[in-house]
Design a protein around this ligand. Sequence first.
Ligand code: G3I
Length: 404
Amino acid sequence: MRRASRREFLGTAARLGVGAATATVLPLAVAGRACAAKPRRAASTSADVKTESVAGDSSLGAHGAAHGLLYGCAVNMNALGADAAYAALVREQCRIVVAENAMKWGALRPSAEGFNFDQADALVAFAEANRMKIRGHNLVWHQNNPKWFDATATKENARGLLVTHIETVAGRYAGRMHSWDVVNEAIDVAGGRADGLRNSVWLRLIDEDYIELAFKTAREADPQALLTYNDYGIEPETHAGEQKREAVIEMLRRMVARRVPLDAVGVQSHIAAAVSTDGNKSAASQVGAGLMRFIAAVRELGLQVFVTEMDVNDRALAADEPGRDAAVAAAYRQYLEMVLGDPAVRLVLTWGITDRYTWLGHEDGRADGKLERPLPFDAEGKAKAAFFAMRGAFDQREAAVSHG
Ligand code: G3I
């Protein structure tokens, strides 16, 4: 008998009134034959994970919470509205969510005058209905600005545009947000500036104090949200990674010295599972002391550290899925066990939760054109080895911090 895919299953389970939280262990039952969930055992490959419970107390959210961590994911709002199995998976696994795109300028600002909050409001409603916390992403970025912006923004009006945007957006959800990515990716060492600041439209029009202006405006608009600086490329144990870490920490030190309101740093954590000569090391092992020094330096500034956008791309790996899944799982395990060793790390979000909707592969994907497998659940919503690797890394974490 063909086993129902998770997607079909959760649809059936919903019609049968079976809660999503238990549907994970019911595939065989709803497909027409009863089965007791097999005793838990260490699962190592996707093939082994089909009967393990991954919901309720076995979910990533529950295991994270048991160790002082919030786990969640970036949410694709189109999928959330159209794909019941996806919505059930997010509900089952996450304690915090962030909009992948719905709270960016590109989504919120169809015109210079108007705001469109439909998808942002839908995410906030979904999160609050499911007692999840919410991250906002993002208030200032060099990408995804609407077309009218480039034609309209000038040195004269840019400050007003920025302040109005932040006051309107952060003000709309004041008191309801766990945190905001206030400024995203402001450092680009390759740009050549001594301070490493990216030559973005915001720098060109407002100069470097756009960063301070953004954080101060956000604090006034929502005094309860944890204000976050978010960036990528901080992870690798490379010269470029070290340069970026130095530029970011120096910027953070300047901000703290000037009492710019700032509470946390987001380390995006888009990493790669690359098989090296010994076949075992993953790219995560190319992440190490430099990142941990950076995290310690952030902690010493009195700031929290959030893993904000984690995924593990498998584009350099051979095509076989079990091999890719094992390498991706190893990268999750190594990376998370390392960073979770620092008590300042309070959040882990993956950038998506199922391979079905990953952003990876739409541009520079796998050479063989196969869908990448970077996330804890596969395209059918089945838990992969990465799921168990993440959960194991959470379990390794001493409950070093309790959530504020
Ligand atoms: O919604 C439009 C659709 O109407 C249109 O037909 C289609 C084709 O042009 O584009 C759709 O918008 C796309 C949007 O994703 C929603 O799918 C944009 O073109 C596309 O550029 C956008 O890509 C997002 C990207 O940020 C840029 O905003 C990715 O989904 C998203 O995963 C990615 O996320 C970023 C974080 O925000 C910051 N850190 C890096 C991370 C990965 O790049």
